[in-house]
Design a protein. Structure first.
Ligand code: CTP
Ligand code: CA
Length: 229
C-alpha cells in the first residue's frame, strides 16, 4: 500500500457499494445472469473501509468473503437490489453502483421447471427492470456523490470511450467509471483498467492494475467531491 495516501480521508463518511451481478429467475431452476464476479465492488468496499468510511455492501450473488468491519446485505434480483439501495442510500455520503444490474427480467416466472414443448425455438418475454442509478441521481440528497460503472465494448457505433462519454452525460451521475470488457478483460480477472469520467463526459482520472488500486483511484475522485465537514 501507498504510504503517501491520505488514509483516514473517509472517516465520518458513509459509503454504500453495490457489487456482483443480479439474477432474474426464469423458472424454478433457471435465471438470466451475467459474469460479474463482485471483485471490483468488494475492492471498493475494502478500500473505503481502509480509508475510514462506514461501509455497507449490497452484494448480488457474490461468493467472495468480505473484510471485517464491513456490513453486507445479500440480494439476488434487480428488484431486491433496488429495494436495498432505496433503504440505504438516503443516509449515504457516497453511493457506488458497481453491480451489473440486469436491464430486463422475464415477464413471468414459472413456478416449476419449464419443459421443452417440441418446437425448435422458444421466446422469452422480458420487461425492463428499474434503472436504479437513474433513481439515485433523481433522489440524491444535496452533496451526495453518486458513481456509476459502465462495462463497454467498442463496436461500429463507437469506441469504448465514446460510448462511455455519451453514457456519462445521459446518466448524470457525478462519476462514471468506464472499463472495457470482452476478450477476457474486466470480468473475473484480478486486474482492471478504467477511465473515470465526470457527468459532462470529461476524463477526470484513469487507473490500471489491481482492483484495489483501481478502487483507491475511484475513491480519490469521490473524496475531492465530498463537501468539507
Ligand atoms: N444500472 C442500474 N440499474 C439498471 C441498470 C444499470 O442502476 N437497471 C447501473 C449500473 O449499476 C451501472 C450503471 O447503471 O452503475 C451503468 O450500467 P450500464 O449497463 O452500463 O448502463 P445502461 O443504462 O443499462 O446502458 P446499456 O444499454 O449500455 O446496458
Ligand atoms: Ca445495462
Amino acid at each position: 500500500s501507498d504510504a503517501s495516501r491520505p488514509w483516514g480521508d473517509l472517516v465520518g463518511r458513509t459509503v454504500v457499494v453495490t457489487a456482483g451481478g443480479t439474477r432474474e429467475p426464469i423458472d424454478a431452476v433457471r435465471y438470466l445472469g451475467n459474469r460479474s464476479s463482485g471483485m471490483q465492488g468488494f475492492a471498493l468496499a475494502e478500500a473505503a473501509r481502509e480509508r475510514g468510511a462506514e461501509v455497507t455492501v449490497i452484494a448480488a450473488n457474490v461468493t467472495l468473503p468480505l473484510g471485517e468491519g464491513i456490513a453486507r446485505v445479500d440480494v439476488s434480483t434487480a428488484d431486491e437490489l433496488s429495494r436495498a439501495v432505496e433503504s440505504l442510500a438516503p443516509t449515504a455520503d457516497a453511493v457506488v453502483m458497481a453491480a451489473a444490474v440486469a436491464d430486463y427480467r422475464p415477464q413471468s416466472v414459472a413456478a416449476s421447471k419449464l419443459k421443452k414443448d417440441g418446437s425448435a425455438g422458444m421466446t422469452l418475454e422480458l420487461v425492463q427492470t428499474p434503472d436504479i442509478l437513474a433513481g439515485l441521481v433523481a433522489a440524491r440528497p444535496p452533496s451526495q456523490v453518486v458513481v456509476g460503472f459502465a462495462a463497454e465494448t467498442g463496436d461500429d457505433a463507437g469506441s469504448v470511450l465514446q460510448h462511455g462519454a455519451a453514457k456519462a452525460r445521459r446518466k448524470g451521475a457525478d462519476l462514471l467509471v468506464v472499463n472495457e470488457v470482452g476478450g477476457g478483460r474486466g470480468f473475473g480477472t484480478a486486474d482492471n483498467t478504467v477511465t473515470i469520467l465526470d457527468s459532462t463526459g470529461a476524463r477526470v482520472g484513469e487507473a490500471t492494475g489491481s482492483k484495489l488500486g483501481v478502487a483507491h483511484a475511484v475513491l480519490d475522485r469521490i473524496v475531492e467531491r465530498l463537501p468539507s465537514e
